[in-house]
Design a protein around this ligand. Structure first.
Ligand SMILES: [Zn+2]
Ligand SMILES: [Zn+2]
Length: 238
């Protein structure tokens, strides 16, 4: 079980089931120190009400609410759909490639688009599910760019748990990240309360790869919250 979960969805995303409060209550019951609510960016028709960002403050005592978004890569030149007006309020920004939001192209084009996004938007903290089969990436190049910008590559629990991704691809990706020496973030990507904080599906893969502990930003609560604070300067300087 994770101590801090950086990737969860509520019913503000079309694919989420529960409310922010329900997610926080369950995370607290499971003993987490904090969870990030990271509903999808507007290109996926999410409905995050503005007060979530500027008025909601830790509504469940005893657990920290980290505010975030899973933004979308929306062009081959690295545009993303994260609204920059929210930068003063967010703790964490994830970036993922999601189905049917990018024009059809090839591995080289998707790779350079993602690297352009990382380079152009220094407030991006984590690249989600980089092994997305529909949009193949050169993971070595992306991991290298991530390492150079302090960004973490996600190791996504729900994609393995729900059989969405192939285990051997995930293993290969973890080996690439390790060889490049970039940081990783193990996240649940939970869409339901019963998956919050879950890392069971991918923890054995990370352990058997012998991933250096100091490069796993989610290894404990202190390292996870330290990552948030370290990255905050990229949001404030913009
Ligand atoms: Zn995603
Ligand atoms: Zn997600």
């Amino acid at each position: 079980m994770l101590e801090v979960d950086f990737h969860t969805h509520t019913h503000f995303s079309l694919c989420g089931v529960h409310s922010v409060i329900e997610m926080l209550q369950e995370a607290k019951k499971r003993g987490l120190a904090a969870i990030a609510i990271t509903d999808h960016g507007p290109a996926l028709n999410s409905r995050i009400p503005p007060p979530f960002f500027d008025r909601l403050v830790d509504p469940v005592p005893g657990i920290k609410l980290l505010k975030g978004m899973e933004a979308n890569l929306v062009s081959l030149s690295g545009d993303i759909d994260f609204p920059e007006s929210k930068l003063p309020y967010v703790d964490i920004v994830l970036l993922g490639i999601h189905h049917k939001l990018l024009e059809h192209d090839d591995r080289a084009a998707y790779t350079s688009a993602l690297i352009a996004a990382i380079t152009r938007h220094p407030w991006i903290d984590i690249i989600t599910h980089p092994e997305t089969p529909d949009y193949p990436l050169d993971l070595e190049q992306v991991a290298e760019a991530a390492r150079n910008h302090g960004v973490a590559m996600e190791i996504n629990n729900s994609k393995i748990l729900c059989d969405r991704f192939d285990v051997s691809c995930m293993k290969k990706a973890i080996t690439v990240y390790k060889d490049i020496g970039c940081r990783t973030a193990v996240c649940s990507d939970s869409h339901v309360v019963n998956e919050i904080g879950g890392d069971d599906a991918v923890r054995p893969l990370v352990e058997s790869a012998g991933y250096p502990q100091e490069l796993i930003v989610t290894r404990n609560a202190a390292s996870a919250l330290g990552f948030i604070e370290e990255r905050r300067k990229n949001k404030q300087n913009t």
